[in-house]
Design a protein around this ligand. Sequence first.
Ligand code: NAD
Length: 455
Amino acid sequence: MSDLSYTPLEQIPKIHATLKKTFDSQTTLPLQYRKNQLYQLARLVRDNKDAFVDALHKDLGKQKLEVVLQEVNSSVAMCIDSADNLEEWAKPEKPKVEPHKEHWNITVNRVPKGAALIISPWNYPLILTVQPLIGAIAAGCTAAVKTSEYTPTVSKLFADLFPKYLDANAYIIVKGAIPEVTTLLQLQWDHIFYTGNGKVARIISAAAAKHLTPLTLELGGQCPVIIDPSYDIKLAAKRILWGKVQNSGQLCVTPNHVLVTRDKQEELIEALKEVNKEFYPNGALHSSSTFGRIVNPGHFRRLKALLERTKGKIVFGGGFEGERGIEPTVVRDVPHVDSLLEEELFGPILPLVPVDSIDEAIQWINNHPHPLALYTFTEDEELKQKVLEKTNSGSLIFNDCVTQVAVHEAPFGGHGESGHGYQFSYYTFQTFSHFRSSLDMPKAFVCTLFVAFEY
Ligand code: NAD
């Protein structure tokens, strides 16, 4: 795909040179500069709230409430939070050391890594662009931000607004697709932050390795759900379906499938039917103003084909609208090897996979790559501990779905196939910072060759 509105390829090395030059000039170093830019980024989003709502509706069919609550408000809040906490985060740290090193004046300094490259995806194109940028600005880096070609209206809006609100020599939007990313990746960056899928992540990793560039990979995967048979099934159904229908299931932490004990499948199906009726009394597609659309006809066809090949039985849903609408669809009795479990679904389809026991569910999870999130519905503290100890995932959530993305005070990131590195507030600041230790030895020091006593 190429587009005249994309950043010309020959412009990309010039952008890189500008960002390097600005960083070397130390313009982005003072904390006051970084705070100003963070407040400006908050203004960029807040002042243009309606334009972002319209752009997201045009590109993704997203509804206003979803955009305002999940992307606009969170972006603004995170900018302000980072600006307000920056002095504290950036403070040099005096680590606790062994007594004989106390006079060595040891300090851990947070220094910016340099010129960063941020590559953002299409599914939450506002917050997933702003979120890493906040960390880059807070840390004192400059940044090129490559937005997604699948959300051209949002990308254009960012490209128009960046120079109006931010330092145009320090933060630059690159619009484009694979050729533009390929050109960006040939250059030496001081950190690369990629959000997207595992296949492209391997291309990014190989390119980063050539320059030994540190890398954050925010990827996806198949986030499973386990339900303890003694848990309130109606409540679990409500929270699972709520997680599944947001952005029409195009969310990296959406519950991908439910591992349900055979004796509870029927009860879960009835509960999901009831909840679906509560959410969309007149159907999700034709009458609801809160249900989104699939990003493009290609992904729509991919999901349709997976549904056509499943050996499970559709319980409800399975209806389509045009080239982008898919109803919330629950599929029962999905066997352990099935089209619906081949890849991350990234759509409003919820497969129910019967298992004989919770132990079998845990085994299933351990036989698959580490997911970005694991959801477990239980009030049994022993089972919680068992799931914590016996499984692995980016994060572990008990008794809810998706709400972990609202907890900006804790790190968010994948593990193994779902990525590596962390983001959210302080953790994004940390990602774009180098922890540079320094030591200032007093004149009176006599070399002890490190250990002043014997063990
Ligand atoms: P995508 O295909 O839009 O890819 C992201 C970027 O990679 C785009 O800028 C695109 O131009 C570039 N790209 C695509 N193919 C390329 C190639 N061959 N060479 C170089 N660059 C290339 O994004 P996507 O994969 O459709 O996004 C969805 C995925 O992202 C899902 O797996 C989802 O789970 C994951 N995701 C993760 C998070 C997180 O925070 N962990 C958040 C959102 C989405």
